[in-house]
Design a protein around this ligand. Sequence first.
Ligand code: PEP
Ligand code: MG
Length: 595
Amino acid sequence: MTVQIFGLAVARGVAIGRAVLIASGRVDVAHYFIVPDQVDSEIARLRTARDAVATEFSTLQHDLPADAPHELSALLDVHLMLLRDEALVGAAGVWVRERHYNAEWALSAQLEVLARQFDEMEDEYLRERKADLEQVTERVLAALARQNGAEAARVAAPMAPDLGGEEPLILVASDIAPADMLQFKRSVFKGFVTDVGGRTSHTAIVARSMDIPAVVGAREASRLIRHDDWIVIDGDAGVVIVDPPPIVLEEYRFRQRQIQLERERLDRLRHTPAVTLDGQQVEMLANIEMPDDAVVALEAGAVGVGLFRSEFLFMNRGNDLPGEDEQFEVYRAAVLAMKGLPVTIRTVDIGADKPLDRMSLHELRHEHSLNPALGLRAIRWSLAEPAMFRAQLRAILRASAYGQVRILVPMLAHMSEVRQTMEAIERAKQQLRDAGKAYVDVEVGAMIEVPAAALMLDGLLRYFDFVSIGTNDLIQYTLAIDRADEHVAHLYDPWHPAVLALIASTIAKALAAGKGASVCGEMAGDPAFTRVLLAMGLRSFSMHPRQIAQVKQAVLRSDATQLSTELPRVLGADDPQAEATKALGIGMPLTTQSV
Ligand code: PEP
Ligand code: MG
């Protein structure tokens, strides 16, 4: 039966494929296809892992002290029974044989199928055995990881081989941690759906950076969709269609082809300079998460990196945070890859929906901090960990000897933070001089993400060389909307008059002071906002590389001088979006105009 599930449109495009349900905690399990020749050895891996766990359980049972409670032994019996049941490891082998899933993926897929059956059981005692099944599966996954020689092998997915005939797959999960999203770049999935999350949650941002269709905040999705269901993700409308009838499927396949053609057309703009109709140069910069993204940025025609989100280096490492040398290598790799173009490295922005350890949004909100977005985040965390902060600053400064580097500081709200940051930079430089290590005096910029920072901009401009407006957070903190919370996503409004007023005044003041001004939040990559930002005087946009062509197209079709005369009307309107549609012509379907 066809079902439509509504969520939030976060990454554009259409994906059609079979659903793969993954429990939130298991998104980190490697998902890749094996080649047909490996089927037998992969099934053997599963059996060996199962036997190893069975031996563990038997030994545990054997070694139980005589006075151990009877329940413990009974529990081990249940675990052994579940482990030996063909419905788990035996049936996982079928996924390997028929679908060519790797062993870890096959086991998780089978767990999902069985977990559903347990959920539907009438008998409460039997229903509760699901937890046992999960524990047993965890053990087998751990045994598989040990076979690979290290836990890391379980996490890092090998490149998915192209098996041509395989059906496209779409991941469905309650939640995906931002760090797990990075694996998507190497995974087999063509799109994803999650129950939770907002439009500018970091999971959604990473999805956009990879240009994979996605819908988040589709609350009941992981309950309504079943493993193997055919689904369509309409990433433009924020809709998921489960089991679509052939006519709907045909329509979406047609849309997919149109989107592809449109992309190819836009691709031709890659190396066209971004200049407005009245001859104003506009800088198109890239947002990146990893040094490898620099290559994609250059290919997309970026003239530099406006935001390197360094925190992705810090995630999922337990207590083993990257040290100075490791970070230096990474920053230098990005700087070298950009071949002399500027690279703006943001100091670590850990916290809020980007915790150090893999955690679901649910865990974050309910078990850690009541409201992590208002907690120890970004520069606050860095200043609370001075040794870590100085190590990062030294690493960035050392990379400056290999190209054009700029430092960007996130989430400033207090002048005391500014002073402490400047002191930390000075100390880092002193330490490098003492150690005889080379660095260049780099420009330092402030992210404007908190209304307080926008309101005290004059003070900040005395210390910083440039500002970069993080509209994702600026909207969140101006409107008191948690950007990752789907329940209030309808109130997260970039067109809100207060948001526009803060952005406009920040750009105007920075430019008047002769300092650089850029926008690196999601508004910069959305062509719906290009004209209003140009009207405000913005000439530097930083976005996901794949968004550059469409924003450039909007720039090429705009007259910045004329737009600026209309700005007061837009800023003074009750409904700025409606006014901008009339006055700036933003409602015009850009895609049907010729460049
Ligand atoms: C922003 O807040 O707009 C921004 C660019 O930073 P992040 O999305 O990483 O918080
Ligand atoms: Mg931010």
